[in-house]
Design a protein around this ligand. Structure first.
Ligand code: NAP
Length: 252
């Protein structure tokens, strides 16, 4: 690969959960990170303060991933502060409230698909413009955020969410084929049960504890355990890996 392991990275939804763990893993590895978030200014400020205290560099930019102008602001912010990115993590995602599909309001269905599919797709469009050798970039790597839900289906919980992650899997394979000639590798991570606030936000505060017994390794995972895989996929150590969807689910 022509790009170096120390190049800047753009992360969407980087202020909390898996995104935040990845921001920390990358900045600890010496890579500056520009990340977006939706609305929680406090969490974003706390994370940038933590990165600075550790001697790393991170830039937080508030912006919804369904807004192309906001995505462009995020990439411009990266370029202005740290230079052209060589890595992008399209991570931002939501589940919508848990429940049976028949009760899901159409506007919630549209919103979940918009954030998870359109948002990730527009992030890849911006990433292509920033990194493609066809646009004077040096190439790079993209990691998409899938989920084990894509294969499990989300029945009785969040079929809309599972379906959106199925779309991410298809896009990952397609993008890997389309962007290989632009010097860009594209992969996805598909986490299982990971300890973040996303479950409680869907109204399932004890979901992780209830389901831990179904995991072959017998426990839920941490955001750091996903972040390590994302860091690797974004690094030159994964230089021949593209089009892969990596389960991080302890066998679930
Ligand atoms: P989380 O703890 O709820 O964090 C979500 C992050 O995304 C926050 O930084 C949030 O910003 C941001 N965000 C939400 N909607 C956004 C939007 N429209 N535009 C920009 N940023 C937005 O979630 P998480 O569990 O870390 O999940 C991150 C990704 O991993 C998601 O795509 C999720 O589907 C996937 N995933 C999670 C699990 C799991 O078990 N946790 C498993 C498989 C896949 P604010 O702080 O401003 O809200």
């Amino acid at each position: 690969m022509s790009h170096s392991d120390t190049g800047p990275v753009v992360v969407t939804g980087g202020s909390r959960g898996i995104g935040a763990a990845t921001v920390l893993a990358l900045t600890r590895a010496g890579r500056p990170v520009a990340f977006s978030y939706a609305s929680n200014d406090r969490a974003a400020q706390d994370l940038t303060a933590r990165v600075s205290a550790e001697g790393g560099r991170a830039l937080a930019i508030r912006g919804d991933v369904t807004d192309m102008a906001a995505i462009e602001d995020l990439f411009k912010g990266c370029e202005r502060e740290f230079g052209r990115p060589t890595g992008v993590f399209a991570n931002a995602g939501i589940t919508g409230p848990a429940g049976r599909f028949e009760t899901l309001p159409p506007e919630t269905l549209r919103r979940v698909l918009d954030v998870n599919i359109t948002g990730a797709g527009m992030t890849v469009q911006a990433a292509t413009r920033a990194m493609s050798t066809a646009h004077g970039g040096s190439g790079g790597a993209i990691v998409m955020m899938s989920s084990r839900a894509a294969a499990l289906g989300g029945g009785n919980e969040w079929i809309q969410y599972a379906a959106s992650k199925g779309a991410i899997n298809s896009m990952t394979v397609g993008f890997a084929k389309e962007l290989g000639g632009d010097g860009i590798r594209v992969n996805a991570v598909a986490p299982g049960l990971i300890d973040t606030e996303i479950h409680a936000a869907a109204g399932l505060a004890d979901r992780l504890q209830t389901k831990a017994k179904d995991v072959p390794l017998g426990r839920i995972g941490t955001a750091d355990e996903v972040a390590e895989a994302v860091k690797w996929l974004l690094s030159d150590a994964a230089s021949y890996v593209s089009g892969a969807i990596l389960d991080i689910s302890a066998g679930r």
